[in-house]
Design a protein around this ligand. Sequence first.
Ligand SMILES: NC(=O)c1ccc[n+]([C@@H]2O[C@H](COP(=O)([O-])OP(=O)(O)OC[C@H]3O[C@@H](n4cnc5c(N)ncnc54)[C@H](O)[C@@H]3O)[C@@H](O)[C@H]2O)c1
Length: 383
Amino acid sequence: MKIAIIGSGTMGSGIAQVAATAGCTVKVYDTSQQALEMSKVALEKVLSRLVEKGRIDDAEKNRIQNSISYVENLKELSNADLTIEAIIENTEIKQKVFAELESYLSDEAIIASNTSSLSIASLAASLKKPERFIGIHFFNPAPLMPLVEIIPAIQTSEEVKNKVVQIIEDWKKIGVLAKDTPGFIVNRVARPFYGEALRIYEEGIADFATIDLAMKEIGGFRMGPFELMDFIGNDVNYTVTETVFTAFYFDPRYKPAFTQKRFAEAGYLGRKSGRGYYNYAENATNPEPNRDQKLGHEIVERILVMLINEAADALFLNIASAKDIDLAMTKGVNYPKGLLAWANEKSIDWCVEKMDALYDEYREDRYRSSPLLRKMRRESKIF
Ligand SMILES: NC(=O)c1ccc[n+]([C@@H]2O[C@H](COP(=O)([O-])OP(=O)(O)OC[C@H]3O[C@@H](n4cnc5c(N)ncnc54)[C@H](O)[C@@H]3O)[C@@H](O)[C@H]2O)c1
């Protein structure tokens, strides 16, 4: 199968590696020659490390490298069966590239975008044959993260959707189907992991280190919310939150936090700038967490129930199946359990009561319980 990748940055390079590893012939195009060069160098490094670790042999390394070529002209992608675009996150620029690309491709070729936040329907609309367009959303780093969200637009044909589901399976990835709505599954359902942690901090209930420790030691998450925001970058994470908030017509559930905005404005971006919620300078001292168990449980339960509520609401609104929502959070962002399975474990009664207690306390729409949780409690059902 012939694959074309547009954009040889972080994501494009990773996706090219995945496709070539699976046996496809890959052409990578970028407007920047430097980006193409860097992509080639990065691949050499990654594959050499895999050889050192004994995961692949030299022959396999050569095979993967020889399957990828780097091109400087969009026209050279003309024989691709599937093109995946991973360029700058801007609707107009992407639309322009798709319109030009389509003029070179065969009628059967599929075109996909790796966009994290743009509407797939709006991108498909730039094509003469919008039914050939679909969202294929990988997670960073693409070669390591098993999850891929597959997002058909309302224009996408059933045939294109089915072909892409098969391709992702052939590439040994876990594909989940998501509706074309802001944040798809993962970037929607994960919002409270950051948002509720920031809210708990803003209310003065606990500091960053205490919240992080509780989420790891009691919640079982690999990283605490503040460590993770520092890792992702406060600028990047803030922008995703603001984009989702705006795209949901300002639903208060997704409201960004001033704390994160100020950290981003101050240049406290996290690891990449040496300082975020924590100080990453050598010999820096960071605050000691409060290890009080009662406080720790309160923190975890509040963030967890908000995550469960979001997952339940995504199911309520048919964003994805229950199975795919749980797979998305465990395989895309390494949650220790699927949120709907977690809801069953805690009991649906517990979820509704906890949400209602928050709502009674704050009287904010942010804390409204999903109608699905309420209905399930009424009917004594579980997920
Ligand atoms: N970084 C992530 O964690 C992540 C995860 C999932 C999805 N995404 C999405 O993937 C896409 C790419 O993200 P990234 O982090 O790899 O970006 P990046 O900045 O690392 O790479 C983008 C590349 O696109 C090239 N480019 C820009 N305009 C171009 C054009 N008109 N034609 C050809 N090439 C062009 C740039 O030269 C650059 O090399 C975005 O849509 C982003 O939302 C990113």
